[in-house]
Design a protein around this ligand. Sequence first.
Ligand code: PBG
Length: 335
Amino acid sequence: MNIVEPNVASFPVSRLRRLRMTPALRSMVRETHLGPEDFILPLFVVPGSNVKKEISSMPGVFQMSVDQIVRECADVHALGIPAVIFFGIPAEKDEVGSGAYDEHGVVQEALRAVKKEVPGLFLITDVCLCEYTSHGHCGIVRDGEIVNDESVELLVREAVSHAEAGADMVAPSDMFDGRVGAIRRGLDEHDFPNMPIMSYAAKYASGFYGPFREAAESTPKFGDRRSHQMDPANSNEALREVQADIDEGADIVMVKPAMPYLDIIRRVKDTFQMPTAAYNVSGEYSMIKAAGRNGWIDEPRVMMEVLTSIKRAGADIILTYFAKDAAKLMKEKKY
Ligand code: PBG
């Protein structure tokens, strides 16, 4: 084999510990840097006013009405976090998720209010039906099957409706086939050729979404999401999913969850060299919060270690409920 051996001296000439002896030196040779600009904070919008209700399984994460969302967004912006992603919980749910593409839906109202009050913040919307359907599935259900093409048409309506209300980017999270292409065409036809799409490209059918379903009130009433989300055992298939989304016009591709899928993040980054996002999901957050609260781990330290590992694996962007905590820590130079 014709491999050039790196010219590294061996012990005792080489002592790798030399470069670890002081904080200054460690900071000079550090390979991965984390900053508030790496983060997107997920936010849950509910109807009403003056609502701020903590999610019991996600300490520090709240369902908020539009007025509270505006205040939160001002804080987020002040911390140097560039973007948020909105999830909506509508007043009423139905079989076809009408609240998702309602001009006056919760997300649409939040978009208008935040655009006006915090114009510098980049606003992303999660495009999916599961928070809006009475059965909790991501699309239309017929004879027990979650149907693809009809559901995609509704997702296009949802994405266009978000764009019209002021979204800066849409993020389809459903994992149906062909949805990125359909949304791209829909946006272009409605005069949004410059609106980017961040696709949840390799999204696994994961147990780590448990706490999110409490936050978004989107637990399926029957069945599960295994007929559209990916099998956790598969890695090559993730590359096919990502390739398909790139071919259909995705601008940023996402891997989700993050921590148990660092290998997938690395493969996706190396293979496509696309702007790559990773979603550090609810269960990943809750586990660290719970262990931290019990005094079993040093929560801030573990949080920073996990976020650094996701970036080191190849993610350019991290969607995380820790965004504010981590940004504050970095601002106070405690990390
Ligand atoms: C679907 C969606 C989910 C998450 C983000 N978008 C839930 C699901 O697929 O069941 C999960 C995020 C998290 O767990 O933090 N709209």
